[in-house]
Design a protein around this ligand. Structure first.
Ligand SMILES: NCc1[nH]cc(CCC(=O)O)c1CC(=O)O
Ligand SMILES: [Zn+2]
Ligand SMILES: [Zn+2]
Length: 331
């Protein structure tokens, strides 16, 4: 019985809740959470999104009642997605930087209502283009790189001028980070606005509920010529390094849980930058659906999912679970 080897026994190190907590290199905190919210152009809208349980499209007049209680619980940052339903979309996404569009109105409103809240804006064209793609296209259906990067930069600058603390391009057009950084600097916003790049954004099956929520499904084809192939570890590494070289302040990996190896790579490739990951709509829906099917307890699984991201090395998590985490982390 006394034969157990000294080196065999690990359990003595985590026998107590406190000693278990010491096993984590880093813990999830409220400041790591960024909450994605959908802003629509009917100012009084509150429309639940069936494929994204618990999430809704909000009109600007509803933001105070929606965000106020969350700020009370410790919400520190949001990322805004525009959902224009009453605008005329065209091939260059003109409504994206409409001064009276939902995103710009929401930035101004939130800045006034909640001065301590950090406001990031997703920057993309797909919600605003007639074809539903994220860039500007030539007549033959191929991406027109320079006009795409230039148009994305115009939109990002408009959000920065409206008061966004952070602009986050999710379009995956080549050269957009450089183009946005240049535009911010030239307009005097170089030191006013963070540039968070969706650097390693994969062509994933997990965006379905988002496209449903934002009305941004492409009218033809898919996004495989600009979002990365799921197996493309090398391209992801190159994209991360490219975006750092082009002036990104934060890099992001998206989706998160199926790409933990990429998060870990990014932490090594960009060790001096904050590292974000996006637990996307389909990941959220999957966790919720599993809990509803009795596969696991929702809270336990939600923690396990984001803890995997923290363990892989991210410092910032975009997640639809943010309101629930604010409650859970308050207990
Ligand atoms: N550029 C659009 C965009 N910005 C964020 C997401 C996904 C977010 C989510 O699924 O929660 C998408 C979807 C897409 O690329 O089709
Ligand atoms: Zn897009
Ligand atoms: Zn986007």
């Amino acid at each position: 019985m006394a034969s157990m080897d000294i080196a065999s026994i690990l359990q003595g190190g985590y026998q107590h809740p406190l000693s278990r907590s010491w096993q984590a290199r880093r813990h999830i905190t409220k400041s790591m959470l960024m909450y994605p919210i959908f802003i629509t152009d009917d100012p009084d809208a509150y429309v639940e999104i069936p494929s994204l349980p618990g999430q809704a499209r909000w009109g600007v007049n509803k933001l105070e009642g929606f965000i106020g209680p969350l700020v009370q619980k410790g919400l520190q940052s949001v990322i805004l997605f525009g959902v224009p339903l009453n605008c005329v979309k065209d091939d260059r996404g003109t409504p994206a930087d409409d001064p009276s569009g939902p995103v710009i109105l929401a930035i101004k409103k939130l800045r006034t209502l909640f001065p301590s809240l950090y406001i990031a804006c997703d920057v993309c064209l797909c919600e605003y283009t007639s074809h539903g793609h994220c860039g500007v296209f030539r007549l033959d259906g191929s991406i027109d790189q320079e006009p795409s990067a230039a148009r994305i930069a115009e939109v990002a600058l408009a959000y920065a001028k409206a008061g966004a603390h952070c602009v986050a391009p999710s379009d995956m057009m080549d050269g957009r980070i450089k183009s946005i950084k240049r535009a911010l600097i030239d307009a005097g916003y170089g030191n006013q606005c963070t540039l968070m790049s969706y650097s390693a954004k994969f062509a994933s099956a997990l965006y379905g509920p988002f496209r449903d929520a934002a009305g941004s499904a492409p009218a033809f084809g898919d996004r495989k010529c600009y979002q990365l192939p799921p197996q493309a570890k090398g391209l992801a590494r190159r994209a991360i390094q490219r975006d750092v070289a082009e002036g990104a302040d934060i890099v992001m990996v998206k989706p998160a849980m199926p790409y933990l190896d990429i998060i870990q790579d990014a932490a090594q490739l960009a060790p001096d930058h904050p590292l974000a990951c996006y637990q996307v709509s389909g990941e959220y829906a999957m966790v919720v659906a599993g809990a509803r099917a009795g596969v696991y307890d929702l809270r336990t699984m939600a923690f396990e999912s984001v803890e995997s991201m923290v363990r892989a090395g991210c410092t910032l998590i975009l997640t639809y679970f943010t309101p629930q985490f604010l409650d859970w982390l308050s207990e």
